[in-house]
Structures are given as C-alpha cells and as structure tokens.
Design a protein around this ligand. Structure first.
Ligand code: FES
Ligand SMILES: [Fe+2]
Length: 366
C-alpha cells in the first residue's frame, strides 16, 4: 500500500446514524457521525476487553461500546465507564486512536500514513468535477490485490480476449470495432480481431500518469480506431474517457488480499445531449451492474488465477503495449520508497531499454 495518501474508503451515503464497521488499508475501522454530521474514524476495537465498537451505538457526541457501555469521544478519550460510577477514575490508557478523515465529493476519505505529511488536496481530477447530472455509483469488494486490479483497468487489449462470448459483450462489438455501414454484421468477428494496440502515448507527471492508446484491427482500413484516454492518479484512481463514455474507478486496498472497488459512471457522452438525466442515470446504473456481473466478473476469473497475487516491477515480462502498466508499477514503487516504506531494489523496467529491460517491444526485445 502506498503511504502518505488520502484514500476514499466508502461511499458517504452508507454512513448514517449508526456506526459503520469496515476494513480498509489493513485496519478494522469504525466510522460514525457526530450530531452535526461530521465524520469520526477510529479503530474498531474497544480497549477495555476488545469488543467491536461498530456493534455499539452513537450517543450524542460519543460512541458507546456494546459490551459494558464505555463511551469514547471524537478524540478517542474514554469519557464514561458506567461500572465505575460517575466519580470513578478512568485510567489514562483507556482510549482509542482517532484517524484523519474527511467527507468530500460524496466519498469518505482516510489518511493513510504519517500525520506530519498530511496533505490538503485529495486525489481527484478536475475532469471528475465536470457537471454530470446522471452520474451513478457502484461499490463492491473483490479478493484481488489492488495492483492486479489496476493493471486490468489500465490495459484494454485483453478486452477482445476476455470480454467476448456473452450476449452483452455484443454491445461492445459495434462500439469498438464496428463499421457503421455494416452495422452489426460481422462485428463479433471484428471485435475479437481488434486486439492491436497502436499509437500509445504515456506521460508521467509527479503522481499522475496520462496515457492514450488506440485499439484496432491491424492492417484494416475499415476498422474504426477506438481511442482510450486513461489517467492513473496515485494512490489508486483510474479515470477513463472515450468519445462514448467517461468513468472513474478507485481501487482502495481492504488489506493485502482484497480490494474495495468504487466506480463512478459519469455519462455516456452522446446521450448527455438529449436524454433526461433520470433516464440517463438509469442507463448508467444498468451499465455498471452489467459491468460488475459481466465484464468485471470475467476479469475477476482471470485475476483469481494470476500469480504472483501482487504485481510489482520485475514480476511480469511486459511488452511495448504495456508502457502504462510499467509506469504505474514504477510510480507505486517510487512513492512507497519516498514514504520510507520497505526497501525495494531498483529494477530497470523501462519499456524497450537496452540491457536489463524487462519490457519487450512488439516485434522483438529492444
Ligand atoms: S469491551 Fe467495551 S466496554 Fe468492555
Ligand atoms: Fe476487463
């Protein structure tokens, strides 16, 4: 996990008046709201005898443990221990840690890392703040390491291989490789053939990587090139924009084996011009549900079988079309190293570099 970062940990609408227990970034957390609505994040363990605070309830400006009724305020101090009576002495060590937390853009964000490095800005892109009246959101967990998940999302030439063969994939056939004059005729075959990546670009700027790539059928002048614009922003955001749609996905680690997937589908660009937002939102929602149970399920079956479970610089034999994948793994490594994380040896993973390079260019090792 990349330290010293804000991570979105849950859709803010999931936190109501009751405490919410969840596991994120290797920690069991309890979230609760103060009477004025502000969010508190604390470790989900009562220090008295280890009960889960998320099984308790919010009482005024405090959270109450379900086991013996001890109460903790937003700073984490124990302010009531009913078994001691009103004048009893509460030991100083009886407190829980309160963690830096924010609620913005309909997400609850948790700071992971050194508090002295706390940043003002959140990992969100200006493009994601553009008006999107039909935006829909879907969140779910998968037992996959976030590195493998991100790899899958920033690479599209697996699409014709993995996402063919189910009826709803035929909708993609036309979008990706269809020829307007032929409509759907032969589009399935063309779709499966459109696995050629051409003209990719990749620019790293600090903690952000912007890439473009076209998917096409090689040597087919009739093939409509499908241009992907993809941005990765540390620690775990992938933003996609094409002429048809734009969407963002955060992959927040639950722990070293699981990921919480959080998807915003902003719009189908051609529909925004004429569809009422309510209808458009319904289509967006339906798309995401199909995405989860269709495409993501297909990706998931592949990811389940991948080894090693955690991707990193040097564990793959990447090719030129994987430049964004390579840059992502390098950036992750750099940020972990800069945060003083476990020592990571530097491996030359420069795409196509002579000698020691682990990335091969199409047509041979560079
Ligand atoms: S375990 Fe929480 S009050 Fe005893
Ligand atoms: Fe996929």
């Amino acid at each position: 996990m990349i330290p010293n970062q804000w991570y979105p940990i849950v859709d803010a609408s999931r936190l109501g008046r009751r405490p919410l227990g969840l596991r994120r970034l290797g920690q069991d957390l309890v979230l609760w709201r103060r009477p004025d609505g502000r969010v508190v994040a604390q470790h989900d363990r009562c220090p008295h005898k280890g009960a889960r605070l998320s099984d308790g309830k919010v009482v005024g400006n405090e959270i109450q443990c379900p086991y013996h009724g001890f109460r903790y305020d937003p700073t984490g101090a124990c302010v009531a221990a009913p078994c001691l009576g009103t004048s009893g002495h509460i030991p100083d060590g009886l407190k829980i840690e309160s963690l830096p937390v924010r609620e913005e853009h309909q997400w609850i964000w948790l700071w992971y890392g050194d508090r002295s490095k706390l940043r003002a800005e959140l990992p969100i892109l200006p493009a994601m703040l553009r008006p999107a009246p039909a935006r829909a959101r879907l969140c779910y967990d998968r037992p996959i390491h976030y590195t493998r998940y991100i790899e899958s999302l920033i690479e599209f030439y697996h699409v014709p291989w993995v996402h063919a063969g189910r009826w709803y994939n035929s909708l993609d056939h036309f979008a990706i490789a269809g020829v307007p004059s032929r409509l759907f005729i032969g589009s399935g075959r063309r779709y499966r053939a459109s696995t050629f990546v051409e003209g990719h670009t990749c620019v790293v700027d600090g903690e952000r990587i912007d890439a473009t790539m076209d998917m096409a059928i090689e040597n087919d002048p009739l093939c409509r090139r499908f241009r992907w614009n993809v941005t990765f922003l540390a620690p775990c955001l992938v933003y996609l924009e094409t002429h048809l749609f734009r969407a963002a996905q955060y992959m927040t680690p639950i722990d070293e084996g699981n990921t919480h997937v959080m998807m915003d589908w902003f719009e189908f660009v051609p529909l925004s011009r004429f569809l009422p937002p309510a209808v458009h939102r319904f289509i967006n929602r339906t798309t995401m549900v199909m995405q989860k149970h269709g495409q993501d399920d297909q990706d998931y079956q592949i990811m389940l079988g991948q080894t090693p479970k955690v991707s990193d610089v040097g564990v793959n034999k990447l090719v030129a079309a994987d430049e964004l994948n390579s840059r992502f793994l390098q950036l992750r490594r750099r940020l972990i190293r800069e945060a003083g994380g476990p020592h990571l040896s530097v491996i030359d993973d420069e795409p196509g570099r002579q000698g020691g390079g682990r990335v091969e260019r199409a047509g041979g090792v560079a």
